[in-house]
Design a protein around this ligand. Structure first.
Ligand code: R2B
Ligand code: URA
Length: 315
C-alpha cells in the first residue's frame, strides 16, 4: 500500500482559477461505453435525450434535503420569473430513483445530495457526467446547506473560502486502488468575493466569509457532547473548538471538502454557502423551532438567487 498525492497542479487557493469551458470528463473509459446509466438519478444516455433535456444548464444548486431542494426550485421559478407551461408544475426528473431529487428551472438545476461525503460524492459524479453528456458549458455549482457556526449569531450565513477536513487539512483523502490519494479543496476566490458583495446592508441576517471544517461524523467528528459515545470532556471540546476558531474555521458541516475538491478536480467554479443553525461555542443541540429554522435555511438560497439573477441580467 502506498500514499499517492495527486492533482496538486494549483499550489495555493489564490492561483486556482476554474475555466468557463464545456464540462469535461477526466475518465477515458466513459467515451468507450455504449451507454452510460446514471443509476441514482434514473437517467441514461440511451434512454434519454440528455442534450435536449439539460444542454442549457448554467447553474447547479446542491443541498442536503430533498424537500428543501424542491422548495428551492419553486423559489427559483419566482426569482427567475420563469413561466411554467400552462397547467404544469415542476416534476422531480429523478423520480425513477428514490435516492435523490432533481428539478430543472430554465438554466438552473436543483439537486439533493443527502448527508455526508459518500452521498454527495455519488450525485456529484452523476451530475458531472450528465452535464458532460448534455454538452453543457460555463456551469457554476453551489452547495447551499446547513452547518454549526463558531462564534456567531445562529441564523448567520457563512461563505466558505477554504474547506478543511476534521484535522484542518485542505484536501480530501480518497482511498482508491489500495492507495490514499489527496485531492486539494481549493475554491474559486472570485466567486467567494462576488457572493459576499451580494450580501446587503439591509439583510436581516449577517453574512461572513471563513473556513469550513468538513467532518465524517455529526457527533464525535464535530466534538459534540450529546452523541451515544463520547470519550472527551467538556473542557477538551471547548479547547478544540476555540483552537479551530482561532485558525479561521467559522462553521462545521459534512460535505464541503468533497464538493470543493471535486469542483477543483473537474475544473468547475463552485461555492459553498451554509447557514449556521447554532453557535457551537454555546452548545450542541439543535432545538430552534421548525418555522425559524425554515426561514434560516432560505438565507443561503437568497444569496445564490441574487448571484444567478445578476449573471442572467434579471433585475
Ligand atoms: C449539515 O447538516 C447535516 C447534518 O445534520 C449534514 O448534511 C450537514 O453537512
Ligand atoms: N450540520 C452539521 O453538520 N453540524 C451542525 O452542527 C449543524 C448542522
Amino acid at each position: 500500500m502506498s500514499t499517492r498525492v495527486n492533482n496538486m497542479d494549483s499550489a495555493t487557493k489564490e492561483d486556482y482559477k476554474p475555466q468557463d469551458g464545456p464540462i469535461e470528463i477526466k475518465n477515458r473509459h466513459i467515451a468507450e461505453m455504449d451507454e452510460d446509466v446514471l443509476y441514482h438519478i434514473a437517467l441514461g444516455t440511451r434512454s434519454h435525450d440528455l442534450k435536449d433535456m439539460f444542454r442549457d444548464i448554467k447553474f447547479v444548486c446542491f443541498g442536503g434535503s430533498p424537500s428543501r431542494m424542491k422548495k428551492f426550485a419553486f423559489f427559483m421559478v419566482d426569482q427567475l420569473k420563469f413561466k411554467l407551461p400552462a397547467g404544469q408544475t415542476l416534476e422531480d426528473i429523478a423520480h425513477g430513483s428514490d435516492r435523490y431529487v432533481l428539478y430543472k428551472v430554465g438554466p438552473v438545476l436543483s439537486v439533493s445530495h443527502g448527508m455526508g461525503i459518500p452521498s454527495l460524492s455519488i450525485i456529484f459524479h452523476e451530475i458531472v457526467k450528465l452535464l458532460h453528456h448534455a454538452g453543457s458549458s460555463g456551469v457554476t455549482f453551489f452547495r447551499i446547506g446547513t452547518s454549526g457556526g463558531l462564534g456567531m449569531v445562529p441564523g448567520s450565513v457563512v461563505i466558505t473560502d477554504e474547506a478543511v477536513d476534521g484535522i484542518l487539512r485542505p484536501y480530501m483523502e480518497l482511498a482508491t486502488m489500495g492507495m490514499m490519494i489527496h485531492l486539494p479543496s481549493f475554491l474559486d476566490q472570485d466567486i467567494v468575493q462576488e457572493l459576499y458583495s451580494l450580501a446587503e446592508k439591509n439583510d436581516h441576517f449577517q453574512t461572513i466569509v471563513g473556513k469550513t471544517m468538513c467532518t465524517h461524523d455529526f457527533y464525535e467528528g464535530q466534538a459534540r457532547l450529546d452523541g451515544a459515545f463520547c470519550d472527551y470532556t467538556k473542557e477538551d471540546k471547548m479547547m478544540f473548538l476555540r483552537r479551530i476558531h482561532e485558525k479561521g474555521v467559522r462553521n462545521i458541516e459534512m460535505e464541503s471538502l468533497c464538493f470543493a475538491s471535486y469542483c477543483h478536480r473537474a475544473n468547475i467554479r463552485g461555492a459553498v454557502i451554509c447557514v449556521a443553525l447554532l453557535d457551537r461555542l454555546e452548545g450542541d443541540q439543535i432545538s430552534t423551532p421548525h418555522d425559524i429554522m425554515e426561514d434560516w435555511q432560505s438565507r443561503p438560497q437568497i444569496l445564490v438567487a441574487r448571484y444567478i439573477r445578476k449573471k442572467l441580467g434579471i433585475h
